[in-house]
Design a protein around this ligand. Structure first.
Ligand SMILES: C[S@@+](CC[C@H](N)C(=O)[O-])C[C@H]1O[C@@H](n2cnc3c(N)ncnc32)[C@H](O)[C@@H]1O
Length: 234
């Protein structure tokens, strides 16, 4: 199914409505299409934050709350933020005690220099623009605070990239159509086009005031984990 990606002006509304629609079946589809690997990647992301007991960690674009659960498991205090009321409802059903707020990544409901870390799973390509979200992350983080961002990626090896392309661009939309929402699971591979290349992504993080940027490839490059800390100029 060909997907016309929403323009910048309509993106937030389209993305929010899409996640509201798929929220009830989101966890099941996530487990199926990543073969459960997304849980490993999320554990790796939270490990990258080096959470100390009681540290305040924002789970940005928290969805149904996987990262929040992992942050809590390692002793942190998770604050989940998401734009989709439907996803927040599912998070609340799963973990009633979860601290959740409805909000946009580009205007976080926290004061400046108030949080110790930020985790963000599979949401960069869904933001209307990535640069303002990185700047907002830097604003709310205390100096030295860390971020860990997990996102989809394209495998570097040509053969693996071809196999991955067939899976991600053909099978996943088909499965999504059978079990959830065809448009949403066709948007998923197409929305990777919103992601800047590695050099631009790094430049956006540096511009926002981050340093010590490390990119790790996960599962032969099917996903990426970016970690960094807020520098003195951030
Ligand atoms: C693919 S889901 C990822 C959910 C969760 N982080 C995970 O890894 O399972 C992307 C999430 O980003 C949220 N989102 C999209 N745009 C957003 C924005 N501008 N601000 C906050 N959340 C946003 C969506 O509502 C959705 O819950």
């Amino acid at each position: 199914m060909e997907v016309t990606l929403p323009t910048q002006a309509e993106k937030r509304r389209v993305v929010e409505a899409m996640f509201d629609r798929i929220a009830p079946r989101y966890d099941r589809m996530n487990a199926l299409i990543s073969f459960g690997a997304h849980r490993r990647w999320k554990r790796a992301a939270v490990a990258g934050l080096a959470v100390t007991p009681g540290a305040v960690i924002v789970d940005l674009a928290c969805g149904t709350g996987d990262l929040s659960e992992e942050i809590t498991r390692v002793g942190g205090r998770a604050l989940g933020v998401d734009v989709s009321a439907g996803m927040l409802r599912e998070a609340r059903l799963r973990t009633p005690a979860m601290e959740l707020a409805r909000g946009d990544g580009a205007a976080l409901p926290f004061g400046s220099d108030t949080v110790d870390g930020i985790a963000c799973g599979f949401a960069l390509r869904n933001f209307v623009q990535i640069g303002p979200v990185f700047r907002e992350m830097a604003r709310v983080l205390r100096p030295g605070g860390r971020i860990a961002l997990v996102e989809v990626d394209r495998p570097a090896n040509a053969l693996v990239r071809r196999a991955h392309g067939l899976y991600f661009e053909r099978f996943v939309p088909w499965l999504g159509g059978m079990l959830s929402d065809r448009w949403a699971y066709s948007y998923l591979p197409s929305s990777a086009a919103y992601l800047p290349d590695a050099v631009t992504m790094r430049a956006l993080l540096v511009d926002a005031g981050f340093e010590g940027i490390v990119k790790r490839r996960l599962m032969a490059g099917a996903a990426q984990l970016l970690t960094a800390r807020k520098g003195p100029g951030g």
